[in-house]
Design a binder for this molecule. Structure first.
Ligand SMILES: [Zn+2]
Length: 154
C-alpha cells in the first residue's frame, strides 16, 4: 500500500502506516521548521518525491475552481499532485486538501479523527482484592479498599 502524507498527517500520527510512505521536500522542510523530533526516526522511512508538472497544473486549476487555492500552500498542492501521480492514498487532516481531494477523486483519509472515534472506557480496580468494577464506588463493595481508575479500550 502506498501513502502520501502531508504535514498535518505526520503531526497527528504516532506511527507511520505500514507500506510505502511518500512525502514532498516541502513537507520535510515544514517538519524541520517546527523541529519535530520524530523526523529523526522517520526520515529514513520516508520516500521524498516530487509531483509531475502536469498533475500540479491539474491541482492548481481545480483549486482555483473550488476556491481552495487561497487556503492551500504550494506544499499542499504538491502533496495532492503527488498522490495523483502515485495513485496513492492521501493522509491529511487539512480540510481544504480533503475538500480538493474529494473534488478530484483522490482517495484520502484523515488521521487525527481516528482518535476521537476511539471509545475510551474507565475501569475501577480495587487496590485490595484487585476486583475490577465498571462503576466508581467510594470504596470496594467487597473488601472496602480504595478503587483506582484505569483506562480500558473497548
Ligand atoms: Zn476489594
Amino acid at each position: 500500500m502506498r501513502y502520501v502524507l502531508d504535514t498535518s498527517a505526520l503531526f497527528a500520527m504516532q506511527d507511520l502506516p505500514p507500506g510505502e510512505v511518500f512525502v514532498t521536500a516541502g513537507v520535510i522542510a515544514e517538519l524541520r521548521k517546527y523541529e519535530d523530533p520524530r523526523l529523526r526516526f522517520w526520515e529514513d522511512m520516508l520516500h521524498v518525491s516530487s509531483p509531475s508538472p502536469a498533475s500540479l497544473d491539474k491541482v492548481r486549476k481545480a483549486a482555483s475552481r473550488t476556491g481552495d487555492d487561497a487556503r492551500l500552500s504550494p506544499t499542499d498542492m504538491e502533496v495532492l499532485a503527488l498522490a495523483i501521480d502515485l495513485k496513492a492514498e492521501l493522509l491529511t487532516d487539512d480540510y481544504s486538501i480533503q475538500n480538493l481531494a474529494r473534488v478530484m477523486g483522490v482517495r484520502y483519509r484523515g488521521v487525527g479523527m481516528k482518535e476521537i472515534k476511539e471509545v475510551v472506557r474507565w475501569k475501577y480496580r480495587c487496590t485490595g482484592c484487585r476486583k475490577e468494577w465498571d462503576e466508581n464506588y467510594p470504596d470496594c463493595p467487597i473488601c472496602g479498599s480504595p478503587l483506582r481508575s484505569s483506562r480500558s479500550r473497548k
